[in-house]
Design a protein around this ligand. Sequence first.
Ligand SMILES: NC(=O)c1ccc[n+]([C@@H]2O[C@H](COP(=O)([O-])OP(=O)(O)OC[C@H]3O[C@@H](n4cnc5c(N)ncnc54)[C@H](OP(=O)(O)O)[C@@H]3O)[C@@H](O)[C@H]2O)c1
Length: 323
Amino acid sequence: MQAFLVSENETGFSGAWNHVSEPELLDGHVRIQLEYSSLNYKDALSYAGNKGVTRKFPHVPGIDAAGVVVSSQSDFFSKGDEVLVTGYDLGMNTFGGFADLVAVPENWIIKRPIGFSALDAMILGTAGLTAGLCVDKLLHNDIKPDQGSILVSGASGGVGSIACKLLSKLGFNITAVQRDNTKQGFLESLGVTDFISMDELLAGDGKPLLKPAFAAAIDVAGGKTLAAILKQIKPSGSVAACGLVDNLALDTTVLPFILRGINLLGVDSVEIPLSQKQAVWNKFAEDWKIDAQYQLIEREQLKDYLEALLKGEAKGRYVLKLK
Ligand SMILES: NC(=O)c1ccc[n+]([C@@H]2O[C@H](COP(=O)([O-])OP(=O)(O)OC[C@H]3O[C@@H](n4cnc5c(N)ncnc54)[C@H](OP(=O)(O)O)[C@@H]3O)[C@@H](O)[C@H]2O)c1
C-alpha cells in the first residue's frame, strides 16, 4: 500500500509517499480501506519528529481515518461497515491515516451514523470532536447564550473554526482572539461577531484579575493566552482548555477560581471512552449538523499543509483525499 512515511535522517525528519507493507490483521483488529483522513496540529508535530507525539520512526502520521472495513478479526465489525477512527494511539505510535489502509483494535472504531459520510467525518475529524467536547462541557456547566459572549482562541484553526460554527448554530455570540486581522473575513464567515486583539487580551499581564467580559471561553493555546483568559471570565463562568499552541505552561493565580468561581474544564478527545466519542459524533450527525469550512487536499499537497500548520497558519480544516 501507499503511505506517507516520515523518516529520521542526518539532517532531521522528512516525509514522502512510499510503498509500505499492508498492516497485519491481529486478533480483535479490523482493517479499514481509507477514503479520507484529515490534518491536525498533532500530525504536524509527528511529521516534524516531535518525540512527545511519536517515539519511533519511520512512522506514518494521521490521527484521523474514515473509510470502509475490508477485513475483520472482530465479532463487532464486518466487511463493508462504514467506520471512522480518531485518537487513541492512531498516528502516534501506531501507523495512522495518511495511508491507503489502517489496521486498528475494534475498541477504537466508531460505526458512522447513518447518512454521515467518510467526508463528513473527516471535515470534522479530531478537531471537530474536540470542539464538540468543549461545547458539550460548557453546556453541561450551564453556559447559556444570554449570559454574554464566548471567547475563542485560535478561532481560525481546526478546533477553533468548528467551535465557532457550532457555537453560532447554538445561538451564542462569539468573540475571537485575533493575533492579526488578516483572517477577519474568514472568522466572520464562521459566525464571529466580536474581536479582541491578542495585545488587548494580554494587556493586564501583571494583574491577577481583570474586568470580567466573557461568559465562557474555549482555549486552544494554553500559556499566557489561557492565563489572560481566566482573568476576564464573568463569575461562575467556564473555560474549556484543550490545547497548547502558545505554551504548555500555565502561570496563573488561584484568584479567578476562589473569587469568581471560574471552572477550568480540561478536554481530552483522545483517550476518552468510545461511548463518549460516539455521543458527540451522533450529535454532529443530527442536531449539531454544521456546514464547516474545509479544504480538500491531494496526497502531493500534504507536506505543504503540514508545514503551514506548524507555522500556525491554519485556516479551517484540511481533509486529505485518499480514494
Ligand atoms: N485535547 C485534545 O484532545 C486535543 C484535540 C485536538 C487538538 N488539540 C490541541 O488543540 C490545539 C489546536 O489544534 P488545531 O488542530 O486546531 O490546530 P491548528 O489548526 O493549527 O489551529 C491552531 C490555531 O491557533 C492559533 N495560534 C497559532 N499559534 C498561536 C500562538 N502562539 N498563540 C495563540 N494562538 C496561536 C492560530 O489561529 P489564529 O491565527 O486565529 O490565532 C492557529 O490557526 C493544539 O495544541 C492541539 O494539539 C487538543
